[in-house]
Write a protein of this length. Structure first.
Lengths: 427, 407
């Protein structure tokens, strides 16, 4: 009896297991093909000297021309094939061009004779090796025979068939570490590292602090609170491209409102290029500070755009807090500041550290914002912008992939830290 | 100590509110006239504190009549102290100047009424001082927060309604003359829809976003249910992997995706986008929905199983109807991600006929195309998200708080 029960239970478990995997299968497949496979491909590319141009595989371009129009009077014509290797880097091997000569035509002469052969009506040219950039031609002199029909026997009717093999950097098994050497040895590596961390730390901490402030302000109930709460989420829900360009136009040195306003109010003498100036000198008590202007602006944007998120989480957390604790504290004579420091803050520290870690990861990975605001210029090039810069601006896909690998390693480290510290609270 | 007296705080808050509103309305004035107004804060630094003293000394007699008198007195003081033209504006704008000053006085008084309410002019306890300080900072904080949030949007809309000449002539003139012809006012928008294919971009964006939502939900609902309810081996590892994948940014994947999609010829197509977007959103949706499904009581499932329903039927007939709000919020959140996505659209699409809005706006970012077109494009891209957001704010907020650490 118990055996049967056990067996039943086991088959049920098996069934559930099977069903679960079937339900998850589509997800697994799409994630494997669009996330995991590209991720591995990225490692692959990072060890190869691949440039943007290599994405277009080398091919043999063949064009067929006919010289002389065949008609009742004209019996002679010349068929010409011009071929060219499209690649400027790679040779083509085992090149064979095949075509059919129409029935109504008889071949008189074939050039170059050492490569091309005519077997019945089938022309086969074994060109063997066509080196990069090189080109050539095949000439066939034909005249029409008795079977010639005007409509049917156009030599261009059959397209030449081309087969060849070529070396492809992307799929070959040649690897080197040039890309990584380039990424790490460049003097800009430490600059990029510094900027990335500066941006990430200040951006994350700033957004968290402003979010905390906003949550404190909105915790008090007042008329129109839900409206204000909605308004404060605007920066986060709007498309990044829209708000980033709004900021660029707002701070534009020539036609931006902020600059014209500051100039008119005599706060500054000359317009400031907020997103284009790497440093500005700030004088405090006679000491000249080199203030990283563009980077700070980018961080300000980051704070502006992402404080709503921290605000939302912190507010939700605060509203789940039992009101009675504050009442008790008031009776005990705790001042508002004491209430904040000894009651609210310890209660919020958990959610805030999780938010900090998660936002830290996301800010570190942020690309769109900086790319749209400064394009990574004026001392704002982070790792993510560097991927784009290397891969698509300098056209060195391999180096870009190497930077992406560096980002991925950072990401992995941060995520493991995050998973360790967040415990079970978020999962 | 003098700084423990309510009177001191009334002077302090009067001064700060005075400066704050003076700056605010000077800026408002500049933006409405487009003419330079000078910012001179020395007078308000005296009048503001005076207003504070006036408030706290007469606190026992607060009435509508008193409020009105006070506002008139402040207005009068500002006028007198500036010899009648506080902003040194041109004469033709006198009426608006007067309104601005009236508003300045009004807001100074309302602010004081908020932060000084029930504050005694005499010596204060530590508790009272802190309460005052918090109230004061609350007011200033709220206003600054709202202003900072909204200014870029305000600039966006106003710039999009201007024409090239007036923008170059005077970038500060953001006033919109509502009497102008509709066609002139909305010139940039008309231009974008007629000459720049924005109707196509709008349709493309909708197609891509809606398809992404459908595919994402279709894949993630059963997956999330399986993770929440079924006994699967290595479930923990799987859940952890989902989160890890959800943290991988598209910039790490863009090079291989670009290379692979170029090779197989899917790069410059909407189909390619529709293939990539769900892969980035399914992990988030899975993560969010799994949470919702786990929160549903599993007893219903057991009862349904007893009644002979299959798991698929349970998903269709019980899990989905019960978690409709959750599914709506996940759907909205995914829609928002897909609609706002920039990097992949930017790298994948070359053909202007299949641009999404993000990609289309990027193509407006050139020195040959006037700024107001760019801003009009930004407004067009923002409006649909805003409409959805305002209509379904509750859903979206719960969606954001459930999984919204992405972005």
């Amino acid at each position: 009896m118990t055996n049967i029960k056990k067996k039943n239970k086991n088959t049920l478990l098996e069934k559930e297991k099977k069903l679960g995997l079937i339900l998850l299968l589509p997800t697994i497949l799409i994630v494997l093909s669009v996330v995991i496979f590209p991720l591995l491909a990225n490692f692959w590319i990072s060890f190869k000297p691949v440039s943007l141009g290599d994405l277009r595989p080398p091919t043999l371009i063949v064009k067929e021309h006919i010289k002389g129009k065949l008609s009742d009077k004209n019996h002679l014509a010349e068929i010409k094939y011009r071929y060219r290797n499209s690649s400027i880097k790679y040779d083509l091997e085992n090149v064979i061009i095949k075509d059919i000569i129409p029935n109504g035509l008889t071949v008189k002469d074939l050039q170059p004779a050492q490569f091309c052969k005519l077997k019945l009506k089938e022309l086969t040219c074994n060109l063997d090796n066509v080196s990069s950039r090189s080109s050539g031609k095949i000439l066939i002199k034909v005249h029409k025979n008795d079977q010639w029909q005007k409509e049917l026997d156009n030599p261009k009717k059959t397209k030449p068939l081309v087969t060849f093999s070529s070396k492809n950097v992307l799929t070959s098994f040649e690897f080197n570490t040039e890309n990584f050497k380039k990424v790490f040895s460049a003097s800009e590596f430490f600059e990029v590292l510094k900027v990335s961390f500066y941006y990430t730390i200040f951006g994350t901490a700033g957004a968290l602090l402003v979010g905390l402030l906003a949550a404190q302000i909105l915790q008090k109930s007042f008329r129109g609170r839900s409206l204000v709460r909605g308004l404060l989420l605007f920066p986060y829900v709007s498309p990044v491209i829209a708000v980033a360009f709004a900021w660029v136009i707002l701070f534009d040195p020539f036609s931006g409102i902020i600059n014209s306003m500051l100039v008119q109010m005599n706060v500054i003498d000359q317009p400031i290029n907020f997103f284009g100036q790497k440093y500005t000198d700030i004088i405090i008590f006679g000491y000249v500070f080199k203030f990283p202007l563009a980077l700070s602006m980018v961080i300000a944007f980051e704070i502006w755009r992402y404080f709503p998120l921290s605000f939302l989480f912190i507010l939700a957390r605060m509203q789940s807090f039992p009101e009675e604790v504050y009442d008790a504290a008031k009776i005990d004579g705790a001042s508002p500041f004491q209430q904040f420091i000894y009651i609210s803050l310890p209660f919020l520290i958990g959610i805030m550290s999780i938010l900090f870690l998660l936002r830290f990861i996301w800010t570190f990975n942020k690309f769109d914002d900086i790319f749209l605001l400064t394009g990574g210029n004026a001392g704002t090039r982070t790792f993510t912008v560097n991927v784009y810069e290397q891969a698509f601006a300098i056209s060195n896909l391999g180096a870009g992939a190497a930077v992406a690998v560096v980002i991925f390693i950072f990401l992995l480290t941060f995520s493991l830290l995050f998973m360790r510290y967040s415990n079970k609270e978020t999962f | 100590m003098f700084w423990k007296y309510g009177l001191f705080f009334s002077i302090l808050s009067g001064g700060i509110w005075g400066i704050f509103w003076q700056i605010f309305f000077t800026v408002v004035g500049i933006l409405t006239f487009g003419t330079p107004l000078s910012l001179d804060l020395s007078q308000i630094m005296i009048i503001g504190p005076l207003a504070g003293i006036m408030y706290i000394k007469n606190q026992k007699f607060l009435s509508i009549k008193f409020h009105l008198t006070a506002i008139i007195i402040i207005t009068f003081l500002i006028f007198i102290s500036h010899l009648g033209n506080p902003y040194q504006a041109e004469d033709e704008n006198q009426l608006i100047i007067f309104i601005l000053i009236l508003l300045t006085s009004f807001f100074i008084w309302v602010s004081l009424n908020h932060s000084l309410y029930n504050l005694s002019p005499g010596k204060l306890s530590k508790h009272d001082i802190e309460s005052f300080f918090i109230k004061f900072m609350w007011g200033i904080g709220l206003i600054i927060l709202i202003l900072i949030t909204l200014i870029p949007f305000y600039i966006m809309i106003m710039t999009s309604l201007k024409n090239q000449q007036s923008l170059i002539l005077n970038p500060l003139d953001l006033s919109v003359n509502l009497n102008t012809d509709f066609k002139i006012l909305f010139n940039s928008y008309i231009e974008l829809f007629t000459n720049f294919n924005f109707h196509l971009f709008l349709i493309n964006s909708f197609i891509v976003s809606c398809t992404t939502v459908i595919i994402t939900l279709f894949f993630s609902i059963p997956g999330a249910y399986a993770l929440a309810r079924l006994r699967i081996p290595n479930k923990k590892i799987f859940s952890g992997t989902v989160i890890l994948i959800y943290l991988i940014p598209s910039i790490v994947l863009i090079i291989p995706l670009y290379a692979i999609f170029s090779y197989i010829g899917l790069r410059n197509s909407l189909f390619g986008l529709i293939l990539v977007y769900p892969a980035t959103t399914i992990p988030v949706a899975l993560y969010m929905l799994r949470g919702y499904f786990s929160a549903l009581s599993s007893e219903i499932d057991d009862a349904a199983l007893m009644d002979g329903l299959s798991r698929i039927q349970i998903i269709l007939k019980i899990a989905i109807p019960l978690s409709k709000p959750a599914i709506v919020s996940v759907g909205l959140y995914v829609f928002m991600i897909a609609w706002n996505e920039f990097l992949i659209a930017f790298m994948f699409l070359d053909d202007p006929n299949i641009f999404t809005l993000s990609r289309g706006i990027m193509s407006l970012n050139s020195s040959e195309i006037p700024q107001q077109h760019l801003m009009a494009g930004a407004v067009i891209a923002t409006i649909p998200v805003m409409i959805i957001f305002l209509y379904l704010e509750k859903f979206l907020i719960s969606g954001l708080s459930a999984g919204g650490v992405k972005g």
